[in-house]
Design a protein around this ligand. Structure first.
Ligand SMILES: [Zn+2]
Length: 168
């Protein structure tokens, strides 16, 4: 396994839309290992999307149990072709991104939703997520559509903040 390098804004790859992964997903076992290792290499990192490591495929990893404050969640999930549905309760809150290391932003996100996708073995996964975990899934799936949190804030002037220190 080896750690992949994380692209930073304004790398144009981060603005690209990713492609659906064609099964069998086991073909991507080696990539999946490196991808998860990369996420785990950053203390407190709770999610990663394949475009952040320069791979324009619809793959994300999420694990909110790694957050510095304890939050409710489903543990580590690596999902292929994830989709969201039944989004509810929109709320503005602060978030950051490994690809935008110097800033955080206030972003409107749904506080509850359903995530569906496939694991490495091709099994369908369906998760009811809420709170911080719901926010992370929205953030990672945005990456698959070429969107950063900077694209989601109402105003770059009032809703984006320079980090005082590097938190990731
Ligand atoms: Zn991000």
């Amino acid at each position: 396994m080896s750690r992949l390098s994380v692209l930073h804004f304004p790398n144009p790859i981060l603005k690209e839309k990713s492609l659906d992964v064609v099964p069998p997903f086991e073909t991507y076992q080696a990539f999946a290992n490196d991808f998860v290792e990369t996420m785990l290499a950053f203390a407190g990192c709770v999610g990663l999307a394949a475009p952040q490591v320069g791979t324009l495929l619809r793959v994300i990893a999420v694990d909110v149990s790694r957050y510095r404050k304890p939050v409710k969640g489903h543990g580590l999930h690596l999902l292929f072709n994830p989709v969201l549905s039944q989004e509810r309760f929109l709320l503005n809150q602060r978030e950051g991104c490994l690809s935008v290391p110097d800033y955080t932003g206030n972003v409107p996100r749904y506080q509850a939703l359903t995530v569906e996708g496939f694991n490495l073995r091709g099994e369908k996964i369906r998760l009811e997520v809420e709170g911080f975990e719901a926010v992370v899934f929205q953030h990672e799936i945005d990456h698959l559509n070429g969107l950063l949190f900077l694209d989601r804030v109402s105003s770059l002037k009032t809703d984006v903040f320079r980090r005082k220190s590097f938190l990731h």
